[in-house]
Structures are given as C-alpha cells and as structure tokens.
Design a protein around this ligand. Structure first.
Ligand code: CTP
Length: 382
C-alpha cells in the first residue's frame, strides 16, 4: 500500500521545526495496516474502522494512520461525507496549502515531496492560504487554526484568505460549530507558545466577538503584562473574562459549555472585578485582604494581577499570591484542646483568630499564639 507522511510533520520538517506526532496516510486500508504493524512491533493500537483511522503507540510516541480520503460537505459545519480516495484528493481536502503536502515513504515514491497546491511557495513567503473560498464555511474551526498557524510561525494570512475568513465570521459560521469543538479550538490556541499574541490577533480579526459578543476585540489584552514564563491557559481564560459582568460571565461559560475548572476562573474573575474598589481601599488590613481573596482560584487572581491598572491592587495581589495565602498558625487544633479550648466549633473559631493575628503580624511565635488563644478563651468565658 502506498504510504505517505502528511500535513504538520511535512510542514515542520521543511521549516526545520520539530513535530509532536507523525501523521501517515495510506492509499488502502489504514486500520488493517495499523493492526499488522502493531502486531509486528508488539505495540498498542486503537482503530476507528468507520473513519478509516488508527493510532499506534510505541515508546510514548504516537503514529496516526489514515486511509487517503475524499471529503464533501453537505452544509456548513456538517461532518464531511468521506469516501476512500487518492493521496492527491486527500491533500486537496485539507485546510491550508502549507498543511497539504506529503512525503512518499514507499517505493516508487520514497523521498518524493508531493506538493500539488504549491505549499512550499507559501512556506517560503510565509503565507497561510486556503484552497478555496468556501473552506472556512465547510469547517469554521479552520478560523482558529488559521490564527494559530499564523502566530506560531510568524506568517501572514494571504489577503484573499483573510477576506474569506472575515466573510465566514460575518455570516455567523462559528454558530455551525458545537460549543465543545469551539472550546477545544480556543484551548489549543491558549496552549500555543505565544498564546497572548494569538488571542489578540483573534480579537482584531473579530473571532472573539463572533464567539461571544461582549468579548469585542479583546483590546484589554493589550495591557496584559506578560511575565517571562509562559502564561498558563487557565490564566488566559480568566483574562478573557476581564470586562464581563458576573451575568455575562455565566453566559460565556454556557456559550462554550465550559468544564468546571474553566467556569470557576471565569466566575472568580468577574466577582473579583466587582470587588476591585475594596481591593484598592486605603486602609485594607492583611486579614481583610486575605478574606476577600480566600478560596478564589489562583488563575483568576493572577489574571487580575496582570490586568489591573491599580498599583496598590497589584501590590496586594502579589502579597497574597507570594505570602499571605501560605500563612497558617503554628498551633493545631489538638494544641488548643490541650490549652483548654473545648472540643467543637470553638477550636475553629480560635484557629481563625490566630490566623488573622498572624496575617496582621500581631503574633509571630508559638508562645504569642498560645497567649492569644488563652485570651480568646478568657474573653469567651467572661
Ligand atoms: N486538517 C484540516 N482541517 C482541519 C483539521 C486538520 O485540513 N480542520 C488537516 C491538516 O492538513 C493538518 C492535519 O489535518 O495538517 C492534521 O491536523 P492537526 O493534527 O490538527 O494539525 P497539525 O498540522 O499536525 O498541526 P499541529 O502542529 O498544530 O499539531
């Protein structure tokens, strides 16, 4: 069966970049081939006969194998109708010219580069180009993919491609894609090497507005102060929610059918926004600051730290993230019981008082904590 390396790995090889996984296409039955190869290698294999695809896992490496196919779309967003085809048809059904090249891996085409759509010319010029005007309509997830590749490779959208992309957005094509698939695409964008750039570009192109209107062009991301280390995807999910009210936050969560971790950071961020005045108030004690932030996701606090224009708030959030959130009294519940605090809710109350005193620097040693615990007890008994 004629076998080819296709798509991402060919593109990356020509660019001198490393590729995470290997995608292979075979003109023939990929699931049969994969099963036999896996047997020979004593490797694990997962096959999807219906789609003509298989994955072999060898030594932590993934080999994806697919039967060369021809695809037609009955309507925008519909799953394509798939029939086995030639390698040329398989390349023509793909998203961008730079992803539509193959390298022959079997005789007589071993080592031959198949480039029927002039992908190498676009690689040289740094262009992301679709194969036909309806490409984004066929599959609107390509809108996200276009932005990802453009930003990852420092390429440009070819002008017609950009026009088709904008048209597809204007025609509301993102609505043809399920919330889960949209979220997956956004997640892939957030996991890129330079996610902020990709998000801002998506904002400028109108992708985020089309995803959820109140996100607009996400201009606030321009003031996101980037640290040297890579920003965590969850921090960026929270950052996206920065201009939203709590109600809009809920609508954003449903729009993308967000899993609980994403939903939590969106909720926390929109609620922290409501507390912004309290967070910047002149006489805020460390314990009050602690209680305003306690229990909120670290990602949402980090996002606010990167976005708030208030230096006072920045300083307080940093203090919380770096110090306050780790503060604990030295004395434990059992220590309080041996000091005479009755078992039950009182232990918790005294522990909280000790923690507040620690946060405010009123106690710094075990001895001072014990004295304070006894005082609390005396006050209560009195
Ligand atoms: N593809 C496509 N349209 C899509 C998704 C994928 O045409 N909506 C094709 C592209 O040819 C792509 C290949 O399927 O190269 C594999 O997709 P994927 O693994 O998502 O992308 P890679 O090119 O491998 O890129 P990445 O480096 O992001 O993994």
């Amino acid at each position: 069966m004629p076998l080819y390396l296709v798509g991402g790995p060919v593109r990356d090889m020509l660019l001198g970049r490393t590729s995470a996984d290997l995608d292979l296409v075979v003109e023939g039955d990929a699931t049969r081939l994969a099963t036999e190869v896996a047997q020979d290698l004593a490797a694990e294999v997962v096959t999807h006969r219906r789609f003509g695809t298989a994955t072999i896992k060898v030594d932590q490496q993934r080999l994806d194998l697919a039967t060369a196919r021809h695809e037609t779309y009955s309507r925008p967003g519909a799953l394509p109708k798939v029939t086995p085809g030639s390698i040329n048809e398989d390349l023509r059904r793909r998203d961008f010219t730079i992803n539509a090249m193959a390298l022959g891996l079997s005789d007589p085409r071993t080592g031959e580069l198949l480039d029927p759509l002039a992908g190498t010319a676009d690689l040289e010029q740094g262009l992301i180009r679709v194969m036909h005007p309806g490409s984004f309509r066929d599959d609107a997830t390509r809108i996200f993919r276009a932005v990802r590749y453009e930003q990852r490779l420092s390429f440009r959208l070819e002008p017609d491609t950009q026009r088709y992309l904008t048209q597809a957005l204007d025609e509301g094509m993102l609505a043809t894609v399920s919330a889960d698939r949209l979220r997956r695409e956004l997640g892939l964008m957030l996991s890129e090497e330079q996610p902020l750039q990709a998000l801002m570009r998506a904002g400028n192109l109108g992708v985020l507005r089309s995803l959820y209107r109140p996100l607009g062009n996400a201009s606030w991301l321009g003031s996101f102060s980037q640290s040297r280390e890579r920003t965590q995807p969850l921090v960026l999910v929270a950052a996206l929610a920065y201009p939203l009210t709590p109600n809009e936050g809920e609508a954003f969560i449903s729009r993308l059918n967000m899993p609980s971790r994403w939903a939590a950071v969106v909720r926390d961020l929109t609620q922290l926004k409501v507390l912004q005045d309290s967070l910047a108030a002149p006489q805020l004690s460390s314990s009050s600051l602690y209680h305003l932030l306690e229990g909120r996701s670290i990602a949402s606090i980090s996002a606010l730290l990167h976005l708030t224009p208030s230096p006072v708030t920045q300083e307080r959030l940093t203090n919380y993230l770096e110090h306050l959130r780790y503060v604990r009294p030295v004395l434990r519940g059992k220590d309080l019981v041996s000091l005479g605090v009755p078992q039950g809710p009182k232990v918790g109350q005294v522990l909280r008082q000790l923690k507040d005193a620690r946060l405010e620097g009123r106690v710094t040693t075990r001895r001072e904590e014990a004295d304070l615990a006894l005082k609390c007890l005396a006050a209560r008994e009195g």
